[in-house]
Design a binder for this molecule. Sequence first.
Ligand code: PLP
Length: 366
Amino acid sequence: MAVPLIEYENLAKANAPFQAELEAAFRSVSQRGWFVLGQAVETFEEQFAHYCQAAHCVGVGSGLDALRIALEASQLRSGGEVIVAGNVFVACLLAIGQAGLRPRLVEPDPLTYNLDPDRVAEAIGPNTVALMPVHLYGKMCDMPRLLALAEKHGLWVVEDAAQAHGASLHGRRAGSWGHCAAFSFYPTKNLGALGDGGAVVTNSPTLAQRAKLLRNYGSGQKYHNQVLGYNSRLDELQAAFLTVKLAHLEPINQHKRQLAAIYQTDLGPQFVKPAAGEGYRDAFHIYPVRHPARDRLREHLRAHGVRTEIHYPVPPHRQPALQNLLGDLHLPLTDQLAATELSLPISYGHTPAEVARVVEAMNGFS
Ligand SMILES: Cc1ncc(COP(=O)(O)O)c(C=O)c1O
């Protein structure tokens, strides 16, 4: 008998437990007949700000837009440099460029894969205006050290929490540390919509107000435009779906932590596993391992019915589209991560028994 396939992700399966609630949310919005910027968005914004331990949330069209709008609402000096790790998702660089700023890439911390305060300290210069800690894979960056550096040098901090809904450090959640933060609700995220969505989270009422203008044509009052803005609004349907799923986010994160714990204890020492730091509570959006023969390992798993992903196979400084923005960079550690990282199945739809099967296939690799 053929062994059943273990997919990397199956969103229909992961969302199945919420199906009835999602359908009720759809009916409610559809029957109300109000689809853009209404009570569903307001309700979600209020609840998500509270969840993030922050004062304000502004729902926008995507995570990329959340980053760009957060940066623009921060009113940083045009052309100023934003320090960010070299191994992040391409959207971080796109947002910096779109906001009229310049990315300054540094090598990540080799253990956490996150923005390395030592490298940041070396990179800060007269043109630096901000730091962008990206909580990659659902692990928080070392925010106490990064905030201390930012304060010392008068820099702005924009968190990218797109992979870190509910992750925390010393009990304080992602999105509550910087001057502002960006979230993505792309369907695969721990808090995922049934389409695109994103949010800017902040404690600053002024920044939240600017983000609200920017998402809606730069207009606070209909047909009156104060600034040049965009059309990037979280819509009522996605907000209603997200409110349903927010109520389940803790069990979702808990499930992923339980699966991660199996990998953490049972995978052999030949694999580099995520670092476990004191006070860090990871959201495990992704469970990354590293192995020098990553591509062969991936094929071995495929042959054993296990599907995996790579986050990310081509780092931003090797993307042709970013050549003008970044120039030629030498980032050997970033290149090495791209060549050795493998993401194992860890979704709400996976069972501990399936993860045990992945472990068995992994440990059988030679
Ligand atoms: C770290 C990070 N930043 C930004 C984004 C962009 O989010 P979106 O896909 O919603 O535009 C993502 C999404 O994949 C991400 O993982």
